[in-house]
Structure formats: structure tokens, C-alpha cells
Design a protein around this ligand. Structure first.
Ligand code: ACO
Length: 334
């Protein structure tokens, strides 16, 4: 009997309507389109506006679209894993809210937190639930409302991030070679000092002082993060390629986390990938944290063919990083 693997059988994204341009940011902080474009490659990012609008709003829209597109009954979904660091609240989980919103009453759901690597980790967990034979339809979603934890008086971070969600449907396949084949993930807690939130967790709960000190916003030392991201993603992609006898000629696509166009270009160079084979949409959405990888798959879906060899890679706060190799399961639609 051939091995059961998890295959992605559909992908759907959602970004909010409001588009925050570089020119608008230049009216808020001391920056300009030329600096942002040349340092990050970002032109626009989407922002979820409105009172009481949390990440679950975007997750719900992505799930609704995914069910419709894949012609799936919500009652057939077994599990939803939502990768996010900006859930609606510390609990209940955003996955739970979204399964309720979409009528997935037979599903259980939980959130998984690994910053920009969240989707990759969640995809791995979802794949293992399918491979175990106990779950037939699993949705993995990566979503973040980064605008809720970004300080729009800090020009070094506010230009980078945006809001968005992307979801994939995983189903079992026994078709030779198709599906999620291999992965390698890493973590290094010593990276905390370069990218973090000071307050809002159990170590330093919210107080009037913490709010006044703007301690609930992302703080980052960009240069070490840049360096670790480039090294981490390049190394792990090379490892996964090597042990699967792959090289950049035999692979069809590299899907890197969309953090900064210069990080993407450097990773592409260090792994010998021509840029034509590298998925890039950072100019439109900025860094949506757990959302970037599924939003890339969504944007490029129509170009994908059954049997395409694809490596996804991510690096994020923690530090967390990894790479995952899969063979695409269907000809592009969408
Ligand atoms: N507009 C204009 N000037 C700015 C801006 C801005 N938005 N931001 C910083 N500057 C200034 C700085 O103040 C500094 O001025 P100074 O020389 O007078 O002190 C100058 O530009 C250079 O600043 P650097 O921080 O050295 O700029 P750098 O080239 O490193 O780019 C950046 C900064 C874009 C943050 C880069 O380090 C980076 O992308 N790092 C990776 C961070 C990242 O992607 N994090 C996302 C989360 S983790 C992940 O997804 C991988």
C-alpha cells in the first residue's frame, strides 16, 4: 500500500479593502516612497479598519472563500489550524471563532503561534494529522492583523507590515509522489532580543504604564533580523534540497516568506534560484507575518501545475524558521 500524504487541494486568500500606500505613510512618519521601496520592496499594504474587527474577520472570509471554491461542505471539515500572533484575544482561539462563523460544527480548531513561520509549522502539523489517517479534511490558515501591534509613530517598523489571511485545504492522497513530502524546522530563543513585544503577555500584563510606554507594539532591531533571516532560510532550503536530491533546476518554485525584497533576493541568490522561479508579492501586501506564504500560493495558483516541485521557507520572530517540500496536486485554477 502506498503512503498516505497530505495534498493541498485548494487555496484562498483575503486582504482587507483599505490600501495603505507609501505616500500615505509619509504623511504619518518621516519616510518616503523611495526609501521604503528601495529598502523593502513594499509599495502598499492592506489594513483591517473598523471598531471590533479582529483577525477572525479575515480568517472567516478566507475560509468562506475556500469552502466555496473547493465545493466543500463546512460539515466535512475535521480540523482548522490557525497560525497567528494577533488572534482576536488571548483566548478563545481565532480558529474556534472562525469555525463557528463558517458553520464547521464538526471541526475542532486551535491557534498556533510561531510568528512569520507560523503557517509553515501549522502546515506541517496539519499534514501529520492527515498522514496519521484520522483526519480527512484539514484547513490550515495563516493570518495576522499586524496593524494591531504596530506603532505608527515608529518609522522603522510601521512601513513593513500589513494585514491579511490565506488558507489551504489539505486532503489525503495516495498518488505517487504528490503532496507534502519533507520539512525541516528550527527555533532559537536567543533571537528574542531582536524582535519582540515587551508587554501584554503573562510576563508583563497590560497596565496603564505599559500602554503609555507603547510596550504593546512590535520592537525590532532590523539588521540582525535581516542577517539571521537570510542565513536561516538559505541554510534550511539547501538542507531540504540536498536530502531530497533536488536542485534549483529540478525545482519549479521557491516560496519565501515575504519580509523584505532584499531578503528574498539574497535567499534566491544563496540557493541558486533564478528570480523567475521565486514567488514575490511583497510589493502589494507587505509582511503579513503568518499570511505571506498562503497569500503567495493564492496569487500564483493559476500558474501552478500538477506535479510542480515547490519549496516553501519562512523565518520569523523567536527566532523560528524552516522549509517544507511538496509536490503540487492540481493544475492551476483561480
Ligand atoms: N524611512 C526613512 N528612513 C528610515 C526608515 C523609514 N521608514 N526606517 C529607518 N530609517 C533610517 C534609519 O533611522 C537610519 O537612519 P540613520 O542612518 O540616520 O540612523 C537609516 O534609515 C538606516 O537604517 P537601518 O535600520 O540601518 O536600515 P536598513 O537598511 O537595515 O533597513 C530594515 C531597515 C528595512 C528594517 C531592514 O533592516 C530589514 O528589513 N530587516 C529585516 C526585518 C524584517 O523583515 N522583519 C520582519 C519580521 S521578521 C521577518 O519577517 C523575517
Amino acid at each position: 500500500m502506498s503512503k498516505i500524504r497530505a495534498a493541498i487541494t485548494g487555496v484562498q486568500g483575503y486582504v482587507p479593502d483599505y490600501v495603505l500606500t507609501n505616500d500615505e505613510l509619509a504623511t504619518i512618519v518621516d519616510t518616503n516612497d523611495e526609501w521604503i521601496t528601495s529598502r523593502t520592496g513594499i509599495k502598499t499594504r492592506h489594513i483591517l479598519k473598523g471598531e471590533g474587527q479582529g483577525t477572525s474577520v479575515m480568517v472567516t472570509e478566507a475560509l468562506k472563500g475556500l469552502l466555496e471554491k473547493t465545493n466543500t461542505d463546512p460539515l466535512d471539515i475535521d480540523l482548522v489550524i490557525c497560525a497567528t500572533v494577533t488572534g482576536d484575544s488571548i483566548f478563545p482561539d481565532t480558529a474556534n471563532i472562525a469555525t463557528y462563523n463558517t458553520g464547521m460544527t464538526n471541526a475542532f480548531g486551535f491557534d498556533l503561534s510561531a510568528a512569520c513561520s507560523g503557517f509553515l509549522y501549522a502546515l506541517t502539523v496539519g499534514a501529520k494529522m492527515i498522514e496519521g489517517g484520522t483526519h480527512k479534511k484539514v484547513i490550515v490558515v495563516g493570518a495576522d492583523k499586524m496593524s494591531s501591534i504596530i506603532d505608527y509613530t515608529d518609522r522603522t517598523t510601521c512601513v513593513i507590515f500589513g494585514d491579511g489571511a490565506g488558507a489551504v485545504l489539505l486532503e489525503p492522497t495516495e498518488e505517487e509522489g504528490i503532496g507534502i513530502i519533507d520539512y525541516q524546522h528550527h527555533g532559537d530563543g536567543s533571537g528574542e532580543k531582536y524582535l519582540y513585544l515587551v508587554a501584554g503577555g503573562s510576563r508583563k500584563p497590560a497596565t496603564v504604564d505599559s500602554v503609555m510606554a507603547r510596550e504593546h507594539f512590535v520592537r525590532q532591531n532590523g539588521r540582525p533580523v535581516f542577517k539571521a533571516a537570510v542565513t536561516g532560510m538559505s541554510d534550511v532550503v539547501k538542507k531540504v534540497m540536498k536530502r531530497n536530491n533536488l536542485d534549483s533546476d529540478s525545482l519549479d518554485w521557491l516560496v519565501p516568506h515575504q519580509a523584505n525584497i532584499r531578503i528574498i533576493q539574497t535567499v534566491s541568490k544563496m540557493t541558486d534560484f533564478p528570480l523567475e522561479k521565486v514567488m514575490v508579492n511583497i510589493h502589494k501586501y507587505g509582511n503579513t507575518t503568518a499570511g505571506t506564504l498562503p497569500l503567495c500560493l493564492w496569487d500564483y495558483e493559476s500558474q501552478l501545475k500538477k506535479g510542480d516541485d515547490i519549496i516553501l521557507t519562512a523565518f520569523g520572530g523567536g527566532f523560528t524558521w524552516g522549509a517544507l517540500y511538496l509536490k503540487w496536486a492540481y493544475d492551476g485554477k483561480g
